[in-house]
Write a protein that binds this ligand. Structure first.
Ligand code: PLP
Length: 396
C-alpha cells in the first residue's frame, strides 16, 4: 500500500515546495536568547516570542534544576490519577494571582487549553462568536464543539454587534478573541467587547498568549490595559512565550468554569501532567515578575525606541500596541529577499506573505524583547535601512 501513498505525498510535498510554502527549520546551537548561534554563525534574534527575555534566565534555569532535584523528572500520569504535585497547585495559584482570577487549570500547551475549553462548556443550543484572526488552536477548539458558530472581521465591533443580535436565538453566547493578534500586533478592543457583552448578555473569553507579560501598565494583559477586571470569564495563555518560553498552557477564570474543565476537558483528562522542571521554572517566572516591573518596562522602552527610529527612517509600520512590529513591504517576493538579506547582515527576522497574511500585505515581523540591548536594536534598524537601500522595489 505504501508505494501509492508515498507517491501521493511526494507529489503534494513538491506542490508545497514549488509554491514557496515549504517550511525549513533553521538549526540553533545555543540557548534561546537575543543573540543566538544559527548554523555556524552568530545572529541577533528578532523572531522569538521571548518577550521578557526569560527563556535563558539563570534564575529560571536554576529553578528548573531545583524542581527536578526535589520533584523528579517526569510525572508518568495525567493530573487526576497520580499526576498532581504540590508545585502544580502552586503554579495554578500563581497564574490566578497574576490575572486576578478565581482558579486556573494547567495544560500541556495553550493549543490544548484552547482545544479543550469549548466542548465541555457549550452545546448545540449555544453560540460561539469568534474574531476572524483568532489563533488556529481556537479555530480547532471551536470545531470540536457543537455550538453554533459566528465569525466577525478582525476587531470589527459593528460585525460583532450583528453577530450578538443574531445569537440572541441561542441559550448562552461567548465572544472569543486573541488579546494581541500575532500578525499586526494590534490589541483586541476589550473595553468595547466587554460593553457589547454586557449589552447582549454574552460571556467573554480572551487568549492572552501574545498579550500577557506585554500589554498593560505592568504587563498583566488586557484586563489591566482596559481595566476590565471582573468582566472576562475565561482567559487562556501559555508558558511558552513571555513567561519563560518553556512549554505548557493554562485556562484561568471563573471557579465553576475551571471546575467543569477539570471534570470534562479532554486534553486535560487524557494527556500527561507538565513535568516538574517546567513547573518550577514557570513558577519562578511569576516570582520574577511579582518582584519588579523591570523586564516589562525594558520591553516597553525597546518597542518605543524601535518603532520611533523605524518610522523616522521612513518605514511603513503597522500601528503596533504590543511587542510585535509589522514592517510592511506588501510584495511577497520582496519580503523573502528582504529577510534573507537581513540574515546576511546578522539579523534574524521572518518575512510573512499570503496565505499567512492577506494577499498584497507581505511584511517583515519583528518581535522585540527585554533581552535586546540598545546596541542590538540599533544594529537591527541599521540593517533595515541598509537592506532597503540595496533592495529594488522596497516600499520605503
Ligand atoms: C502561541 C499561541 C498559542 C499556542 O500556545 P502553545 O502553548 O505554544 O501551544 C495559542 N494561542 C495564541 C494566540 C498563540 O499565540
Amino acid at each position: 500500500m505504501y508505494g501509492e501513498f508515498k507517491n501521493y505525498l511526494s507529489n503534494e510535498l513538491s506542490i508545497i515546495e514549488e509554491s514557496g510554502l515549504y517550511k525549513k527549520e533553521r538549526i540553533i546551537c545555543s540557548p534561546q536568547s537575543a543573540e543566538i548561534q544559527a548554523g555556524n554563525r552568530s545572529v541577533l534574534n528578532f523572531c522569538a516570542n521571548n518577550y521578557l527575555g526569560l527563556s535563558n534566565s539563570p534564575r529560571l534555569v536554576e529553578a528548573a534544576k531545583k524542581a527536578m532535584d526535589i520533584r523528579g523528572f517526569g510525572m508518568s500520569s495525567v493530573r487526576f490519577i497520580c499526576g498532581t504535585q504540590d508545585i502544580h497547585k502552586e503554579l495554578e495559584s500563581a497564574v490566578s494571582k497574576y490575572f486576578k482570577t478565581e482558579d486556573t487549570i494547567l495544560y500541556a500547551a495553550c493549543f490544548d487549553a484552547n482545544g479543550g475549553v469549548f466542548e465541555p462548556l457549550f452545546s448545540e443550543e449555544d453560540a460561539i462568536i469568534s474574531d476572524s484572526l483568532n489563533h488556529a488552536s481556537i479555530i480547532d477548539g471551536v470545531r470540536l464543539c457543537r455550538a453554533k458558530r459566528y465569525r466577525y472581521a478582525n476587531a470589527d465591533m459593528n460585525e460583532l454587534e450583528n453577530c450578538l443580535k443574531e445569537a440572541q436565538a441561542q441559550r448562552f453566547r461567548i465572544i472569543v478573541t486573541d488579546g494581541v493578534f500575532s500578525m499586526d500586533g494590534n490589541v483586541a478592543p476589550m473595553d468595547k467587547i466587554c460593553e457589547l457583552a454586557k449589552k447582549y448578555n454574552s460571556l467573554v473569553m480572551v487568549d492572552e498568549c501574545h498579550s500577557a507579560g506585554v500589554i498593560g501598565k505592568t504587563g498583566r494583559g488586557v484586563s489591566e490595559l482596559f481595566d476590565v477586571y471582573g468582566q472576562i470569564d475565561i482567559y487562556t495563555g501559555t508558558f511558552g512565550k513571555a513567561f519563560g518560553g518553556g512549554i505548557g498552557g493554562f485556562t484561568t477564570g471563573r471557579r465553576e468554569i475551571i471546575d467543569m474543565l477539570r471534570q470534562r476537558s479532554r486534553p486535560y483528562l487524557f494527556s500527561n501532567s507538565i513535568p516538574p522542571a517546567v513547573v518550577g521554572a514557570s513558577l519562578e517566572a511569576f516570582r520574577v515578575l511579582d518582584e519588579s516591573d523591570e523586564l516589562h518596562s525594558r520591553l516597553v522602552n525597546n518597542v518605543e525606541y524601535f518603532r520611533n527610529r523605524m518610522i523616522n527612517a521612513g518605514f511603513d509600520i503597522k500601528p503596533t500596541q504590543s511587542a510585535i512590529c509589522a514592517v510592511m513591504l506588501y510584495d511577497a517576493k520582496l519580503s523573502q529577499d528582504f529577510a534573507a538579506t537581513m540574515l546576511d547582515e546578522g539579523i534574524y527576522v521572518t518575512g510573512f506573505y499570503f496565505p499567512v497574511v492577506p494577499k498584497g500585505q507581505a511584511r517583515i515581523r519583528v518581535q522585540l524583547s527585554a533581552a535586546h540591548t540598545r546596541e542590538h536594536l540599533d544594529k537591527c534598524i541599521d540593517a533595515f535601512i541598509k537592506t532597503a537601500k540595496n533592495t529594488v522595489g522596497t516600499a520605503k
